[in-house]
Design a protein around this ligand. Structure first.
Ligand code: KIV
Length: 263
């Protein structure tokens, strides 16, 4: 049964209790966000992945507050039902609680987001606490945290050793304790994701973390087949890369050969 009511943060937490899986997707534009909302996607993340899949940066590190505010505004204006979560870009929160509150507040006040997401576990717990205490809902993000790509030495599976797995479990429990309403688990072994999901009361949203999370998230460009070399865990639902290329080629030849516009 499709739920038509506005998705709120309490509703998202309730979905875990009811055992309903949560299908989250990223969106960056007004046009695509409107389609995802109509398709019944309950949570839309304006991910800083926009820097890699739409702006051509090699990592998410160069993405700015102004870029994220722009994309969040585009998405928020299109959405009627989904919960809109804005990703906090690199160095928009790390300096401390006042810095995090200032940046996160802009996403809610200026761009229309309903929550923010930030990367890190124990190390950012005090920031999550500060944000939730002033009424800014936070989605946490642990495991592979792309803003720490240089520390991790690349985009690779996290939590492989028992020590790493224990540290990630502690991170998950700590962000929940700090007040996060949900947590993204990126690229961790599926058994570890299952254990974390069982221990937490808040929903876990997996990406490359197997089937046992409370929800899943994909980057929309990967799902649509716009990304040339998506990560191995991605399921492509359509190949828009080839479809757009074919349409553009057909248009070009139609113009060149006088078939468009018709006489
Ligand atoms: O930026 C992003 O799109 C993300 C998701 C992959 C979770 O953080």
């Amino acid at each position: 049964m499709e739920d038509k009511e506005k998705v709120t943060i309490p509703r998202m937490v309730e979905m875990k209790r009811e055992g309903r899986k949560i299908a989250m997707l990223t969106a960056y534009s007004w046009s695509v966000a409107g389609i995802l909302d109509e398709a019944g996607i309950p949570v839309i993340l304006v991910g800083d992945s926009v820097g890699m899949v739409e702006a051509g940066y090699r990592t998410t590190l160069p993405v700015t507050m102004e870029e994220m505010l722009y994309h969040t505004g585009c998405v928020a204006r299109a959405v009627k039902r989904a919960l809109v979560v804005a990703d906090m870009p690199f160095m928009s929160y790390q300096e401390g609680p006042a810095h995090a509150i200032g940046s996160a507040g802009r996403f809610l006040k200026e761009a229309g987001a309903e929550a923010v997401k930030l990367e890190g576990g124990k190390g950012v717990a005090r920031l999550i606490k500060a944000l939730t205490e002033v009424g800014i809902p936070v989605m946490a993000h642990i495991g592979l945290t792309p803003q720490s790509v240089h520390t991790m030495g690349g985009y690779r599976l996290q939590g492989r050793t028992p020590e790493e797995a224990e540290r990630l479990m502690e991170d998950a429990l700590t962000v929940e304790e700090a007040g996060a309403f949900s947590v993204v688990l990126e690229c961790i072994p599926q058994e570890l994701a299952r254990k974390i999901t069982e221990r937490l009361k808040i929903p876990t949203i997996g990406i490359g973390a197997g089937p046992y999370c409370d929800g899943q998230v994909l980057v929309i460009n990967d799902l649509l087949g716009l990304t040339r070399n998506p990560p191995g865990f991605v399921k492509r639902y359509v190949n828009l890369y080839d479809t757009i290329k074919r349409a553009a080629t057909e248009y070009r030849t139609d113009v060149e050969e006088g078939r468009f516009p018709e006489r």
